[in-house]
Design a protein around this ligand. Structure first.
Ligand code: COA
Length: 322
């Protein structure tokens, strides 16, 4: 049986930074309130005309360089995104075109902030069955394009970015286990109430905005992240103390801190990029992974738990040896 191993990571953040001081000029808020309630100090914003595929391409090229392989070696591309450049074709097919690795399967996965974790789980299954040897797995979003900049309950949280990994078939583990979940009853706690086949009003510009019931999302997220962590560890006869690093979805500093506390995980073993990235949706987990790999915190042989949580609700975990 093949395992799949991460052999390279990459990340990309757009140049423009929006600070809390900038937001003070735009909405009725204070930098102190934002930091205290969310932990976010700044977020990156895609330039006009800069698309999700642009961000995905940069992150992917960095992951390929880190893996030491050429685009032609890639035989599967999966991108988690909620903010594709077009209704169709998918971002994944356009990324494939830019990389020039024609012919391999390429598709997008829509699981909002859990998009990367879903994509990684799917790619792992391709590799384990022998259908793929080198998979490019990306989380990329220009989430600020669906943010209402007048809504102070949401615009403080989100940013743009992309993260990518290259997975390789290997005799050695690798991804040990993964679990995906969803519960559509929570739709209206976090959603964009507009869509191509429903209520989209073509006469209004930028009418598709995120709406969120923040404190209710918060409670479900903390409970769910604790539960899925315990479930996957128990199933693999492991304890929280066996994890070198927890890499949770970077939703909010308080969600991360509450999850760590409930699990009894020391916060210094959790990768936290909320302060500098904000919530970059599907990009958040692979970006945080890439940051901690590149700054040397994550070492080969470390046991990692990657966690996603997002609209739907969707949630999932991937347990792996790096
Ligand atoms: N600046 C100042 N005040 C603000 C504000 C802002 N940016 N945003 C909201 N407020 C106000 C509210 O209007 C409310 O005022 P009121 O009591 O006069 O009505 C007060 O602050 C408290 O609002 P509440 O929504 O209860 O605050 P909160 O402590 O729950 O923090 C969030 C709000 C959004 C930061 C928090 O709920 C959150 O982060 N939730 C999780 C969201 C998330 O992670 N979503 C993505 C999951 S993938």
């Amino acid at each position: 049986m093949n395992y799949s191993r991460i052999i390279g990571t990459g990340g990309y953040l757009p140049e423009k930074i929006l600070t809390n001081a900038d937001l003070e000029q735009m909405i009725h808020t204070t930098a102190e309130w934002i930091v205290e309630r969310t932990g976010v100090e700044q977020r990156h914003i895609a330039a006009p005309g800069e698309t999700t595929c642009d961000l995905a391409e940069q992150a992917s090229r960095r992951a390929l360089a880190a893996a030491g392989i050429e685009p032609r070696d890639i035989d599967l591309i999966i991108i988690g995104t909620t903010t594709p450049d077009h209704v169709f074709p998918s971002v994944a097919t356009q990324l494939q075109h830019r990389l020039g690795c024609y012919g391999c399967p390429a598709f997008d996965v829509q699981a909002v902030c859990t998009g990367f974790v879903y994509s990684l789980d799917i790619a792992n299954r391709f590799i384990r069955t022998g259908a793929s040897r080198h998979a490019l797995v990306v989380g990329a979003d220009t989430f600020t394009r669906i943010i209402n900049w007048q809504d102070r309950g949401t615009c403080i949280l989100f940013g743009d970015g992309a993260g990518a990994v290259v997975l390789e078939a290997s005799e050695e583990p690798g991804i040990i286990d993964s679990r995906l979940h969803a519960d559509g009853r929570y739709k209206e706690l976090l959603w964009v109430p507009a869509g191509i086949s429903s209520s989209y009003d073509k006469t209004r510009k930028n009418a598709a905005f995120v709406e969120m019931r923040g404190s209710e999302v918060f409670k479900v997220a903390v409970t769910t992240l604790k539960e899925i962590t315990e479930q996957i560890l128990t199933a693999n006869n492991m304890e929280v103390s066996d994890l070198h690093w927890l890499i949770p979805h970077q939703a909010n500093r308080r969600i991360l801190a509450a999850t760590a506390k409930r699990l009894g995980l020391p916060e210094h073993r959790m990768v936290d990029c909320v302060r500098i990235h904000g919530n970059t949706s599907a990009a958040s987990v692979p970006l945080a992974l890439d940051v901690a790999v590149r700054d040397g915190r994550i070492q080969r042989g470390d046991t990692l738990l990657l966690e996603g949580f997002g609209g739907g609700f969707t949630w999932g975990v991937v347990l792996l040896i790096y």
